[in-house]
Design a protein around this ligand. Structure first.
Ligand code: FES
Length: 168
């Protein structure tokens, strides 16, 4: 992603933000849409386009769990690990799905060997009454979901064409 592309994207929405620095999130999200994650050149381009320092841009990018600074799988599956979901089995769900996908270490997620599925922890997805729940990319959370149902969900995702990375 180039500096000019990011500036072009930001120009029509600039007036919606009281402070110039608030443009950083739409800039990061837009730049990420190209390939689904941001490398160092992308982060530098965002810094230049928003007149912020590269260090500040990197700190913001690393704070948000939906901004990726490493390659992701084609689909991102977020498992809520906050209290309601934890009490209803999100740890077991995470362990089972990581083991199924051959993700070394399990427990905290990672990407399957075929690069199709990335599993990550997420904080409350706003569907506590349906715990435990998962979210695919930025779709609505699904729950309550069993290990077996989640395994079927992963099979279904593999059978579908991957959406544009901008949807994450
Ligand atoms: S605690 Fe999992 S959705 Fe709220």
């Amino acid at each position: 992603m180039t500096v000019d592309q990011i500036r072009e994207h930001l120009e029509p929405i600039r007036h919606e933000f009281a402070q110039e620095r608030s443009l950083i999130l739409p800039a990061l999200k837009f730049a990420q849409g190209e390939k689904g994650w941001l490398n160092r050149d992308d982060l530098a381009a965002v810094a230049e386009a928003t007149n912020l320092t590269p260090a500040y841009v990197e700190s913001v990018a690393s704070f948000y769990d939906r901004i990726y600074t490493d390659p992701t799988g084609k689909r991102v599956v977020s498992i809520c690990v906050t209290l309601s979901c934890m009490l209803r089995g999100s740890d077991e769900l995470m362990d089972a799905l990581c083991a199924r996908e051959g993700i070394a270490g399990g427990g905290h997620g990672g990407t399957s060997a075929d690069g199709e599925i990335m599993i990550q922890e997420a904080q409350c997805l706003g569907a506590c009454d349906r715990a435990p729940c998962v979210q695919v990319d930025s779709e609505a959370p699904v729950g309550p979901i069993t290990v077996e149902e989640a395994a079927t969900l992963l099979d279904d995702l593999r059978a579908q064409p991957a959406p544009s990375p901008i949807r994450r």
